[in-house]
Structures are given as C-alpha cells and as structure tokens.
Design a protein around this ligand. Structure first.
Ligand code: NAD
Ligand code: UFG
Length: 339
C-alpha cells in the first residue's frame, strides 16, 4: 500500500487522519517538531489502530533534516498539516507565521522535487474566501481578502502550490479547505489539546465543562444572523479525516490542482452549539454575551457538493455526535495528553 508522509501529523487533524489512513490500509510516516503537539498522540494512534507509525522529530522548514525522511523512505504522497494556526497570535507575530507556514511548504516542495514525489494534499482553510464572497462558499470563487496574517499564509500557500503544479505537469495537488473541525475520535483517546487559553470555541466550551475555565464569553450577539450570534460550518474531525483518505485516493490517480471544501454545508450559531453541547452531555455551561471579536465574519459555511460529486465524500456525523465525542475526550483527558 502507498506510503503517506504526514507533515504535522502529531497534531489534532493529523492524528485523526493517521487513524483513518492506517485503518484503510495505508502506511503512515509522521514528521513533526511537536511545537503544538506531543509524541503521546502518535502512541494513541498506534493504540487505536494496532499498527505502528514511523515518526521523525523534525522541523519541516529544515530541508536537510527533512531530506533524511525522503532518503530513508519511499514516499508516495505527502499531506501538509504542519503550520501555526492561531489567528490572534498571527496578528501579534506575523513574521513567525509567514516564516513557519511558507517555509514548511517550500521545504516540502523542494524535497518532493529532489526525490521525485509528485503528490501532495494541503490543509487549507475556509478563511481564504475572505470578506468579499457570499455564503455558501463554492470552490470556483476567487480567493478574498483575509483579516489576519494566518489567513494570508493560506492564500499564499495555495498560490505557491498552483505555481509549482503549473511548472510540472506530473504534479498532483489537492487543496482541502476545511471549515470548523471539532469533536474527537470516538475512543476518547485522541482529540484537540490546545496549549494555554483556547482561541477556538469548542475547546473553550470543553474546558468550561471540565472546570478549567469559569465561563464562556460569546463574542457578539448583534450580528445579522437568526439569533444574532455568528454561524459556522462545524464538521466532525473524523469526517474530516475520512475526507483525507478520499483525497489521497484521488491525488494518486490525477494530475494538476483540485480544490475541495470539506464542510457539512449546514451552519450553526454559537448559541445553538453551546445549547447542543449542554443537552447532548447533560452539563451546564456558564456563559455570557460579550463584545464582538475583531475579524470575525457573521457567517462562514460550505457548499459541499463538489467533494460529494468528485470524491464521493460527505459528512456522516451530526452536531450531537461532535459534542458527545468532544466531551468523551475532554472528560477522559481533563488536562489533554498531559493527564
Ligand atoms: P495542530 O496545531 O494541532 O497541528 C499542526 C501540527 O504541525 C502540530 O503537531 C505542530 O507541532 C506541527 N508543526 C507546526 N509547525 C511545524 C514545523 N515547522 N515543523 C514540524 N511540525 C510543525 O493544528 P490542526 O488543527 O491539526 O491543523 C492542521 C492544519 O490544518 C494546519 O495547517 C491548520 O492551519 C489547518 N487548518 C486547521 C483548522 C482548524 O480549525 N483546526 C481549520 C482550517 C485549517
Ligand atoms: N467564539 C466565542 N467565544 C470564544 C471563542 C469563539 O464566542 O471563546 C465564537 C467566535 O466569535 C466565532 C465562533 O465562536 O463566532 C467560532 O470561532 P472559532 O475561533 O472556533 O473559529 P473561527 O471560525 O473563528 O476560525 C476557524 C479556525 C481558523 C480558520 C477559520 C475558517 O480557527 O483557523 O475557522 O476555517 F481559518
């Protein structure tokens, strides 16, 4: 079976994707510097699947060290998850974000060229649709104007992949634009483990539920949406991971660049999701409404038709599943992988 290199594979989405690839018969190699993860997640992947994972502790920006992986293994395809992803931090530290996210991409492309690896999947984001495009987003819309450096790195990296593929007609690139991945593997063994105060909604909710935070502040209830709070396309991380298996099958058979939205196509508001979490788990979440957060769009959700038509992929899990699985992970691992 093909060998897939997961750059950033110890992280939240990478570890769930590793499970789905292994369970579909692929071999998996992980390259990660653990800047936002830890080796324990790989051990848990091995526990869930009963299969072993070869892993390298490496900064993916470092072409020389990255080359060792390509030298020692025959890689059939790469999935590039290795990036920094905190929107607010990217505003404070733009150079760090541009350096890390762009250089990891360039280093991977350089090694792929040197070792004649032609297939790559990139973790892009709905954020590339920017401020101008109307919802629901479709893949052929032009990339828009982002509100932060993190988003711009995704826009730039998509462009880099398009240019690389234009110059080499043997290349096969799939750009996956994720919407809002939440939840955890149903075993409760792997999940999202943010360092410090969570930036994203669901990890924050889970930490309130487990007693690590006092209450949730909902950022703004005066948006032009049905209940005044922002609406997002939340997708179960296991559905998202399964989308990568379909995308690997696709990238190995095709040439050129293809873009897919990975979302459910259905938006839920912040208030709806907090209420669903409470109901699904029988837990009360203390929350209050506060000021809007800078840079938030009122709505972001996918038109998910293309992934169904071309990849034969659609989401299978609902919002209750996402909330239940998130709570199973958080309650079994109140301090994340540390305990
Ligand atoms: P994550 O932080 O859990 O995983 C990223 C992994 O990359 C981490 O294990 C981190 O240690 C590693 N990494 C970062 N820089 C590295 C480097 N220079 N060398 C080696 N490893 C490095 O994040 P995630 O949620 O799993 O996201 C994976 C990818 O998907 C990221 O590119 C992110 O931007 C993108 N994405 C995530 C979301 C989301 O909401 N989680 C949404 C859209 C896109
Ligand atoms: N929110 C709160 N309180 C919180 C945290 C979030 O009310 O404590 C709200 C936000 O204001 C927003 C919604 O919950 O309305 C979702 O916020 P997240 O931070 O969870 O997600 P975003 O949609 O802002 O951003 C996510 C990823 C980005 C990615 C973007 C588009 O974090 O990386 O989706 O894909 F770019």
């Amino acid at each position: 079976m093909p060998n897939v290199l997961l750059a950033g594979g110890a992280g939240y989405i990478g570890s769930h994707t590793a499970v789905e690839l292994l369970e579909s018969g692929y071999d998996v190699i992980v390259a990660d510097n653990y800047s936002n993860s830890c080796p324990e997640s790989i051990k848990r992947v091995e526990k869930i699947t009963g299969k072993s994972v070869k892993s390298y502790e490496v900064d993916v920006k470092d072409v020389e060290k990255l080359s060792v992986i390509f030298e020692e293994n025959k890689i059939d395809a790469v999935i590039h998850f290795a990036g920094l992803k905190a929107v607010g931090e990217s505003v404070e530290k733009p150079v760090l974000y541009y350096r890390n996210n762009i250089d990891t991409t360039l280093a991977l492309l350089e090694c792929m060229k040197k070792y004649d690896v032609k297939n790559i999947i990139f973790s892009s984001s709905a954020t590339v649709y920017g401020e101008e495009n109307p919802v629901p987003y479709t893949e052929e819309m032009k990339r828009g104007t982002c509100t932060n450096p993190y988003g711009w790195t995704k826009v730039m990296m998509e462009q880099i992949f398009e240019d690389a593929a234009k110059a080499d007609n043997e290349m096969s690139v799939v750009l996956l634009r994720y919407f809002n991945p939440i939840g955890a593997h149903e075993s409760g063994l792997i999940g999202e483990d943010p360092q410090g105060i969570p930036n994203n909604l669901m990890p924050y909710v889970a930490q309130v539920a487990v007693g690590r935070r006092d209450h949730l502040t909902i950022f703004g209830n005066d948006y032009p949406t049905p209940d005044g709070t922002c609406r997002r396309d939340y997708i179960h991380v296991v559905d998202l991971a399964k989308g990568h298996v379909k995308a690997i099958d696709y990238v190995l058979k095709h040439k050129g660049v293809e873009v897919f939205n990975l979302g459910t196509g259905t938006p839920y508001s912040v208030t709806e999701i907090v209420e669903t979490f409470q109901k699904a788990n029988g837990i009360t979440i203390k929350y209050e409404y506060g000021a809007r957060r800078a840079g938030d769009l009122p709505e972001s959700y996918a038109n998910a038709d293309k992934a169904l038509k071309v990849l034969g992929w659609k989401t299978e899990k609902n919002l209750e599943d996402m909330c239940r699985d998130l709570w199973r992970w958080q309650s079994k691992n109140p301090m994340g992988y540390k305990g």
